[in-house]
Design a protein around this ligand. Sequence first.
Ligand code: NI
Ligand code: MN
Length: 222
Amino acid sequence: MVDLKYIGHSAFEITHDDKAVLIDPLVSVNEKYDWHERPITDILVTHAHGDHLGEAIEIAKEKDVEITAIPELAEYCKEQGAKTKPVGLGAWINYSWGRAVFLPAFHSSSLPDGRYGGNAASILFDVDGVRIYHAGDTCLTGEMKTIKELYAPQIALLPIGGNYTMDVEHAAMAAKWLGVRTVIPMHYGTYPEIQADLERFAKLIAYGNTACQILNPAEIKQ
Ligand code: NI
Ligand code: MN
């Protein structure tokens, strides 16, 4: 059984049986999500910006689990006392709950102390045959056509807020290029500069015969 929870902003939890994986854990955006109570076995972070690194270090230390990230970001997490798994782009990484591959994202990545954070990434998950693509922060890119060809994701988690990432128009195009059946929008509404018209997004997605699922973090259940 694979389950996907939207915590808020770009933070998601994927569960497989009795294991939970956190992605871009800015969990502070959702007071209903109590990570202390969750069976977290891994944390994966797309890039070093604070709205994605979130509370990763604190959670990793308390749960005694690894943070998987691009080497520059992993090194920073290690300096802060967390266990890490540094990875590059393009290789499957095996876990107790499934596997994941870090892929390109077109975006910057700087650490909280201003140092370079390495490549920004997106992450493709394969959990018991369910393929979920978390785009991280990125613009629309032709890489998405390659991702469809190589990995055939079924579900895409796409930023739609514009300003730092794709907006609704480009995210709808991304869904088409990725060939996914289901799209879940993320990275919108958290800050004044990343507002998005969800109705318009759902309409644009519907043209491509893809389902748009708008998950409301306020309805999260433990
Ligand atoms: Ni960012
Ligand atoms: Mn961001």
